[in-house]
Write a protein that binds this ligand. Structure first.
Ligand SMILES: C[S@@+](CC[C@H](N)C(=O)[O-])C[C@H]1O[C@@H](n2cnc3c(N)ncnc32)[C@H](O)[C@@H]1O
Length: 241
């Protein structure tokens, strides 16, 4: 993905869309509706992208590995595979310590694993998709990164560990996530996002890439990394089954 495209709040899969689109593109070529060479990236407007993602979401109906909630690609939902969400949850728990508190920001599959291995009511999911408020009553807090500090004051510096995975690869989105994360903690940050965000992540949150690479149920078109502000790889290593 070209860095300059990020300012338009691109979904992770925008450049990966071409692989899903191949049959449709061939059909359109046959009807002379569009002209795209094989070497060009298909660039869609935000509206066209949302409509297409919704359509593909409906049309494909591929169950996610965890099958805990169907992915909504219009919300840029791409779940980790089971191994990744489990490792991240176990490792976050180890980092937080026995009485520690963990916030999962826009990372519901990590929270899903966390609540399986910890009874703590001090771990929360901050998430835009309201389906999770039904799934995790009392523990899922509505969160829209566009209002990054619209949060209950009780959560200010409340958490020992924050795990976050923003929906878009854009500086604007990461800046807002950084405001939220700095509000929630002054301790450990585990940020999972695209490799193209490395420089911004370092500037905004002083996080650097780990060796551990999160994996998704469905292959992403973008290189993906896990960034932390502490040494995380050894903890990840303990928690690999
Ligand atoms: C790339 S996915 C990260 C999910 C993570 N890989 C997982 O498996 O848990 C982005 C997440 O951002 C959420 N999201 C979408 N729009 C949002 C918004 N306006 N504010 C905050 N989160 C949003 C999505 O619902 C989704 O959970």
């Amino acid at each position: 993905m070209e860095k300059e495209l990020n300012d338009e709040n691109l979904c992770f899969e925008q450049t990966g869309l071409k692989q899903f689109m191949s049959p449709a593109i061939s059909a359109l070529h046959e009807h002379n509706s569009i002209t795209i060479t094989d070497d060009e990236d298909l660039i869609l407007s935000e509206e066209a992208r949302s409509a297409l993602l919704c359509h593909l979401n409906e049309a494909c109906r591929i169950p996610s590995g965890d099958a805990f909630v169907e992915e909504d690609w219009g919300l840029s939902q791409f779940w980790y595979d089971n191994e990744t969400s489990e490792i991240l949850a176990k490792s976050a728990l180890e980092c937080a310590g026995e009485k520690g508190r963990i916030a999962c920001v826009s990372s519901p599959s990590v929270y899903n694993q966390l609540q399986k291995i910890s009874d703590s009511k001090e771990n929360y999911l901050f998430e835009f998709d309201k389906r999770f408020q039904q799934k995790f009553p009392g523990q899922a807090i509505f969160y829209d990164y566009k209002s990054p500090l619209d949060l209950d004051p009780k959560f200010q510096m409340y958490f020992d560990v924050v795990v976050a995975d923003p929906p878009f690869l854009s500086q604007e989105c990461l800046e807002k996530f950084a405001q939220t994360i700095h509000f929630l903690t002054d301790k450990k940050i585990i940020l999972c996002t695209g490799a193209v965000m490395e420089e911004d992540a370092k500037i905004l949150m002083n996080v650097t890439p780990c060796n551990f690479t999160p994996q998704h149920e469905k292959k992403l078109g973008n290189e993906f990394k896990c960034y932390t502000n502490f040494y995380f790889d050894e903890i990840i290593y303990h928690n690999k089954s």
